[in-house]
Design a protein around this ligand. Structure first.
Ligand code: NAD
Length: 239
């Protein structure tokens, strides 16, 4: 499976799952824009780092215009940027609610709204949204985060229908990772991690690589008849 000649955009691409997604897409031959608040460390010259906040609609418009001028298209969009600001609802500040909705949900809207016209013009494209197992089964202390990750599953279905309505081959799918070893999970208490591992049929945490492999599949023509789906990459946690 090769992605030569494809142009990919990955948000939150500087570290964790996003950085590995950038590396894998570039390894397969794609030109990859790693969009993040800070720079990542990459050796592959096909990965271009872009300072971009997914909440900055003006910055996104300018970025997409630049890519359009250079390549005339974007084939793959991975809406991966995400944050957590956890607490029980009684203690959740309005600011924590707004911040998580702004990045995890509105950020997905902002990026897709700016990029999908290029895909529709080209009648082809693959959008991959990062959800989470908690968007499927809920979680204590994550009202804001869960709302965004469930929302992402919903808009994935809406877009699968909307972006193909004139027969365009623009597909939208989501991935719901289980517990993955990244900077996002490294500070979780050991007790929490052990409990999650015990509940996971495959009895381990996942690696960013596991998620990036699913992205590769959804980005490529190997999945050309798959749209509107949320694929669990979770060691069997949600069964
Ligand atoms: P991470 O915190 O390691 O990386 C997230 C990246 O997103 C960071 O580089 C950060 O700078 C970037 N980012 C944050 N806000 C941004 C913004 N406004 N604009 C652009 N970039 C921004 O997280 P991760 O574990 O690699 O998670 C990646 C995605 O996978 C997230 O959407 C997360 O919710 C989801 N996820 C992770 C896990 C897990 O166990 N790690 C599980 C389920 C879902």
């Amino acid at each position: 499976m090769r992605l030569d000649g494809k142009i990919a955009v990955v948000t939150g691409g500087a570290r964790g799952i996003g950085a590995v997604i950038c590396e894998k897409l570039a390894e397969k031959g794609a030109i990859v824009y790693s969009c993040d608040l800070g720079a990542g460390e990459f050796t592959n010259p096909n990965i271009k780092m872009v300072n971009l906040n997914v909440t900055d609609r003006e910055g996104i418009t300018k970025f997409v215009e630049d890519v359009k001028n250079q390549y005339g298209k974007i084939d793959i969009l991975v809406n991966n940027a995400g944050i957590t600001k956890d607490s029980l609802i009684q203690k959740m500040t309005e600011e924590a609610w707004d911040a998580v909705i702004d990045v995890n949900l509105k950020g997905v809207f902002n990026m897709t709204q700016a990029i999908v016209p290029l895909m529709l013009e080209n009648k082809s494209g693959s959008i991959i949204n990062m959800s989470s197992v908690v968007g499927v089964y809920g979680n204590i202390g994550q009202t804001n985060y869960v709302a965004t990750k469930s929302g992402v599953i919903g808009l994935t279905k809406a877009w699968a229908k909307e972006f193909a309505r004139k027969g365009e081959q623009v597909r939208t799918n989501a991935i719901a990772p289980g517990f993955i070893k990244t900077p996002m999970t490294k500070d979780l208490p050991e007790k929490v991690i052990n409990t999650m591992v015990e509940k996971t049929p495959l009895r381990k945490m996942g690696e960013p690589d596991d998620i990036a492999n699913a992205v590769l599949f959804l980005a490529s023509d190997l999945s050309k008849f798959i749209t509107g789906q949320t694929i669990g990459v979770d060691g069997g946690l949600v069964i």
